[in-house]
Design a protein around this ligand. Sequence first.
Ligand code: NAP
Length: 230
Amino acid sequence: MKILVTGANRGIGLEMVKIAVSKRWHVFACCRNPHESTKLNEVASMSGGLVSVKILDVTDRAQIQALAYEMRNDCIDILINNAGVYGDSNGSLGEFDDEDWLNTFKINTIAPLRVAEAFVEHVACSQKKLIATMSSKMGSMEDNTSGGSYVYRSSKAATNAVVKSMSLDFESKGITCVALHPGWVKTDMGGPHAEITTRQCVMQLFDILENCSAKDNGKFIDVDGNVVPW
Ligand SMILES: NC(=O)c1ccc[n+]([C@@H]2O[C@H](COP(=O)([O-])OP(=O)(O)OC[C@H]3O[C@@H](n4cnc5c(N)ncnc54)[C@H](OP(=O)(O)O)[C@@H]3O)[C@@H](O)[C@H]2O)c1
């Protein structure tokens, strides 16, 4: 199995790399600053060649194109759009910042589509043919019972719309597209009081992804395997 993970230098993305190595999968581990990604580089150096660290800021179209070209002979079984931000201005009404909101959209919403577009043929030539995009229940309308978090919620709701359209547009290539909710996870974003560890999260998400097939195309799936309402 070959996978590509964005935002692989910390949090859920780094754990994906570690667990993928334990499964003997090949990983293209993408991060913004490889020279500063000490933990990822350690995992890569201990992986016996299973991990290739790649530079990728997901908002940089030229970098996306360059990486897709560099990897033109590689098929990718699972493309994981994991990189994401919460946004810095999710506070009370009146506190949000337009630039922060747009930047959050670029990373959470536009980038997954740009990355998927650039790597669609790499996925299409693989066995598994799966594109998994990290969303959040915070993007679910039905699950929103507490309000607030305008920046993050709207970016992830729009991510879900992107995944749904990709699931229809890429269907003819035999590609399955899913949106994932990873749970509330102990990372820099989730904070120390979150409910599950990155290991629990990724073990469960990988079980789900390994069992994903065309029947799941266009679904929004949580870490326990349940379908999340839009
Ligand atoms: N943790 C949770 O409870 C939770 C819940 C629901 C959904 N999620 C989603 O799960 C995903 C991973 O979250 P996490 O908790 O692991 O977050 P995290 O610990 O804050 O890590 C975020 C990752 O995204 C990367 N990233 C941010 N902007 C990027 C860019 N422009 N280009 C490339 N990489 C970029 C970061 O790289 P740098 O180190 O370079 O900043 C980092 O590797 C996100 O999409 C998040 O929205 C998380």
